[in-house]
Design a protein around this ligand. Structure first.
Ligand code: ADP
Length: 532
């Protein structure tokens, strides 16, 4: 049969076959966890869809959200896309100029805003003459703002969904644009449903009805890695942490009170949770599994979570342009597996993602675990171009160039060596910042480390490592520099190790190498550093 893969088909399934599954959402006003069923949540989705229709939203229109992981945001995910409109999720942590750029570029005429971001948007409102309606997701009304509850109030809990083509656009998300302007990635119904099926498969995220799934990854960042779709596809309990997901103690309390079994987020989140567990001496009662990705997860962190907290850590790699999942590692660290080194790689491609690495001339390199090159991908949930952009620089003969440098083993295990823009190019040698960070993180006094390229007259660039020490740990620059001897090639040993109280983070919670380069990059590097 020709059966369109649409988000409405997913919702219909869940309404019929998992109506009593739970959504547990933190209410940002009270910090309480409010529980409702899929049935009740989807009823509100119907009301919202009717309200959107009444407000003039038509197929193809963009509707923007500037919001954290909350139940209204979940409702917007389904109502907007199932109407045939496009949900444009905007990161509330962007700087004002980027926020302005992405909202304007996305072209939404209705914008839903979390109360925490309302003041900022209130100031920016005059910049968006095209926006007809501003709706706050909070309860308190304000001039020029309608409240979400008023917006859906009185609309029927039964919407007539249009028959959509599976190739219709469903959602729009911008990459953070570490270089140049942010770029929009448009997901279709088909790519969204396929991505949910793929990421949900047994060798990947493998959620079941018994799982309680907590996306710490925000719903404005690559659709929270697809969890609002994949958890629903599994009939799992979905836990939405509101805006405080970055606070480790809050997160630990939520994990315990909601009975979370599997949680997803970037490495910095789990580093914070680990520190909290160490300081408080507590253990998380129900959390069995953490899926970590979005940036390279240091092996030391994976080991510590496994050994100290008894949590299975699975490493995944992906990108906004891939919906986002590309590879997934089923081998969790701890026990014998760690000795093979396998748990630390970014894992194997999931079905639906083809990988290759190419050299500087675009020639494919061997899957031998050594030959490194630029990583390229293709598949049904990989974007074919950027939204309303003629930038084709990442697209080559049907492949998308990820901007990552990687090796792939004969068994398909992929390792990210670096982002091309973070590789340290020293006298013709490429030094992997990830490798330096992994080595530094293994030092008992080191909590977190970031390696960056610092300009150098003689070598072009030389590595520096910025280190955050564990609380109370006393260690000198010399000691850490010595730690590298014999662990990396002589010429890759860092010229300097500098200490910081914390590392700067990007709007998506990853360590910002750009901010570190800005801070240290202009420092006068010692000339003539040893180089082999
Ligand atoms: P941005 O961080 O630029 O906003 P994305 O969230 O799409 O955009 O990030 C994708 C990038 O994050 C990848 O190209 C890769 O460099 C990095 N990344 C994601 N997961 C991993 C991982 N497990 N290991 C190493 N790098 C990763």
């Amino acid at each position: 049969m020709s059966w369109p893969l649409t988000i409405a088909s997913l919702m219909r399934w869940a309404e019929r076959h998992a109506p009593d599954s739970t959504i547990a959402a933190v209410d940002d006003d009270t910090s309480e966890v409010r529980r409702s069923t899929y049935r009740a949540a989807f009823e509100r989705v119907h009301r919202l869809a009717n309200a959107l229709r009444r407000a003039g939203v038509r197929a193809g229109d963009r509707v923007a959200t500037v919001a954290w992981n909350t139940q209204p945001h979940f409702e917007l995910y389904y109502a907007v896309s199932c109407l045939g409109a496009v949900l444009h999720t905007v990161n509330p942590r962007l700087e004002a100029s980027q926020l302005e750029y992405v909202i304007r570029h996305g072209g939404a005429e209705i914008v839903f805003v979390d109360p925490l971001a309302r003041d900022l948007l209130d100031r920016l409102q005059p910049l968006f003459p095209a926006v007809r309606q501003w709706i706050t997701l909070g309860r308190a009304a304000a001039p020029r703002w309608a409240t979400y509850e008023d917006f859906i109030q009185g609309h029927a809990a039964e919407a007539a969904w249009p028959a959509l083509d599976e190739g219709a656009a469903a959602a729009l998300c911008y990459t953070s644009g570490t270089t140049g302007e942010p770029k929009g990635v448009l997901y279709t119904h088909r790519s969204t449903v396929l991505h949910a099926l793929i990421s949900q498969s047994a060798n990947a995220m493998a959620f079941t009805r018994d799982d309680v799934v907590l996306p710490v990854v925000p719903m404005y960042h690559v659709m929270a890695w697809g969890t609002p779709y994949s958890a629903v596809m599994a009939g799992a309990t979905l836990v939405l942490p509101g805006h405080r997901a970055g606070h480790a103690a809050f997160l630990a309390d939520l994990i315990d009170s909601a009975g979370v079994t599997v949680a997803l987020g970037v490495p910095t989140v789990w580093l914070g949770v680990l520190q909290h567990l160490r300081e408080s001496g507590r253990r998380l009662k129900t959390l069995r599994r953490v899926i970590v990705g979005g940036a390279a997860c240091p092996p030391a962190l994976m080991d510590a979570l496994a050994v100290e907290a008894g949590i299975t850590v699975q490493h995944a790699w992906g990108m906004t342009e891939l919906s986002p999942l590309g590879t997934f590692n089923r081998n969790a660290p701890g026990g014998a597996a760690s000795a093979t080194g396998k748990p630390y790689s970014q894992g194997q491609a999931v079905f639906g993602v083809e990988l290759r690495v190419v050299d500087g001339d675009g020639r494919e390199r061997a899957f031998d675990g050594h030959a490194q090159g630029r990583l390229q991908v293709r598949g049904p949930a990989v974007c074919a171009g950027y939204f309303q952009s003629d930038d084709r620089s990442s697209f080559h003969e049907g492949w998308f160039d990820t901007g990552d440098v990687a090796t792939i083993g004969a068994d398909g295990h992929m390792r990210i060596t670096d982002r091309a823009k973070d590789v340290i190019k020293s006298g013709g040698e490429w030094i992997s910042s990830v490798e330096l960070e992994n080595v530094a993180s293994r030092h008992p006094a080191v909590l977190q480390a970031a390696a960056i390229a610092v300009p150098n007259d003689k070598w072009g660039e030389r590595p520096w490592v910025v280190v955050v020490r564990k609380d109370g740990a006393a260690v000198s620059e010399q000691e850490i520099r010595h730690w590298f001897v014999g662990k990396v090639a002589h010429w890759a040993e860092p010229d300097r190790v500098v200490f910081a109280a914390a590392l700067p983070l990007t709007a998506t919670g990853k360590v910002s190498k750009r901010a570190l380069r800005d801070q240290y990059g202009t420092a006068l590097a010692p000339d003539g550093a040893s180089h082999g």
